[in-house]
Design a protein around this ligand. Structure first.
Ligand code: 0O2
Length: 222
């Protein structure tokens, strides 16, 4: 990139190399999605049970990458985005139960072409507002015409109950940010606790039905 391009191309999508950049991150999402799909199908074939409820994928928009670069006080350039932003590619895996979250995370990260960069366990250590999820930052190889490149992907794993809470909390915060009071915060946190308790009770029921008693024998005989 020339000095003029670097300093006068204000927006990322006007800069040279933007299409390649998007293609690489989109491909990384596809790679992770395919891995998860194969794992969940394999799990279903072997155990007659699918731990993944659904998967959501998203590529950060150029505007939101730019905002984050500004916030981090980094150059608003494509090389700077590659270097400083790790959640350009995002995959959210919504599982049925808490144990599924850890099982899926282990199945994914034990694949030998996946590099785990960091892990934040907001299930064991929820955020002060009650937010729960397991966040993995991984690098996945994407094979291109001229070789492979490791692309970071943020994988968020959570249960349906955690997802329900996080989606609504996000909407409320985004749309009604000015109306969120301390009381609302307390109430939202209380809802997160109720939801975590629900997860525990549902897990217990599931374990009793699937992992104990007669069903378990059928389960492992498959
Ligand atoms: P989007 O559009 O969902 O991607 P950073 O990664 O630098 O932004 P941090 O704190 O290091 O910040 O990242 P962290 O804790 O891994 O969380 C990043 C993402 O987790 C957020 O992405 C949300 O998706 C989700 N998240 C984290 N905390 C909360 C929370 O309190 N409520 C909800 N609903 N979601 C949360 P973005 O970039 O905010 O948005």
């Amino acid at each position: 990139m020339t000095w003029v391009e670097k300093n006068f191309a204000r927006h990322l999508d006007e800069q040279p190399g933007f299409d390649e950049f998007v293609h690489e991150y989109k491909s990384a999402i596809k790679e992770v999605d395919t891995k998860l799909e194969i794992l969940s199908e394999d799990f279903a074939v072997r155990h007659d049970y699918n731990p993944i409820h659904h998967i959501v994928k998203r590529l950060k928009t150029p505007v939101s990458i730019e905002e984050k670069l500004h916030r981090l006080e980094c150059d608003v350039t494509i090389p700077s985005a590659r270097e400083n932003i790790y959640d350009i590619a995002g995959v959210r895996v919504v599982c049925n139960f808490v144990e599924d979250v850890y099982d899926v995370a282990k199945m994914l990260t034990s694949q030998n072409d996946i590099k785990v960069i960091s892990e934040k366990d907001y299930i064991k250590n929820p955020k002060p507002n009650g937010y729960r999820s397991l966040h993995l930052l991984i690098k996945v190889p994407v094979f291109l015409l001229d070789g492979h490149i490791d692309i970071p992907v943020e994988v968020q794993l959570r249960t349906v109950a955690m997802d329900f809470w996080a989606s609504l909390e996000h909407q409320l915060r985004y749309k009604k940010a000015n109306h969120i009071t301390a009381t609302t915060d307390i109430e939202l946190k209380a809802c997160a606790e109720v939801s975590a308790n629900l997860d525990k009770r549902m897990q217990k029921i599931f374990n009793e039905l699937y992992k104990g008693g007669e069903y378990r024998e059928n389960y492992w005989d498959v």
